[in-house]
Design a protein around this ligand. Structure first.
Ligand code: ATP
Length: 199
């Protein structure tokens, strides 16, 4: 599984539809200060369901919509589509290519799509939940966050890595199963006592 392309339209500084093709391996985005490099990363976080305006470096969610420039009028909606290569079947869906779209209007109304079909944000989160692209967005390390991770307590750093690697979910399931086993053992002990009393 790898990110194949990103199309942004009306999102932050990208007024016209712009597509970035991504190849497997490392992609570098270079450009002068303020040219929109971080906006590309914001677009990936946003399409994956980011709900916090602050995480997208804005004051309110509508700030992601192109606000206009001296030569170009503001737009009424922002739209981002992220296409993921799924030839290895890492995502539990019968498509070798999966496109996730998020659209937002100035009214605040949002729309989500998987391969062109309307869906809920929850459907996208569920689709991606085993892929390491968790809700906590540890796959995106913003400017300044690297320092935070390097200085985090070892346990916190471990949980970042576990979420990114998709291990956290299984650790939580294991803890739940162990709690159930404990409760079962208590019941079993009680049953053994009662059987002994009845003999
Ligand atoms: P640096 O190298 O300094 O970190 P950068 O290339 O990462 O810069 P960004 O932070 O991605 O740049 O882009 C900032 C630019 O995006 C600014 O010029 C800002 O005016 C523009 N911008 C942000 N939001 C919007 C919006 N809603 N409408 C229009 N332009 C926007």
């Amino acid at each position: 599984m790898h990110l194949k392309s990103l199309t942004v339209r009306g999102f932050k500084s990208f007024a016209s539809a712009t597509t970035l093709k991504l190849e497997p391996g490392i992609t570098c985005v270079v450009g002068p200060n303020g040219s929109g490099k971080s906006n590309v990363v914001d677009a990936i976080a946003w399409v994956l369901g980011e709900q916090g305006a602050k995480a997208l470096r804005g004051g309110k969610m509508e700030d992601v919509i192109f606000a206009g420039t001296a030569g170009r009028a503001p737009l009424g909606r922002a739209e981002v589509t992220l296409t993921i290569d799924n030839t290895d079947g890492a995502l539990p869906i019968e498509y070798t290519e999966v496109s996730i779209t998020r659209r937002m209007f100035r009214s605040g109304e949002s729309e989500y799509e998987i391969n062109g079909d309307s869906c809920r944000l929850l459907d996208i989160q569920e689709l991606l939940s085993d892929s390491g692209i968790g809700r906590e967005m540890h796959i995106i390390v913003g400017q300044g966050r690297l320092d935070g991770m390097l200085h985090a307590k070892p346990e916190d750093r471990r949980s970042f890595i576990e979420e990114a690697a998709g291990v956290l979910k299984h650790r939580k399931r294991k803890e739940k199963a162990l709690r159930k086993l404990d409760a079962m053992q208590v019941n079993l002990n009680r049953l053994t006592d009662l059987t002994a009393e009845l003999r």
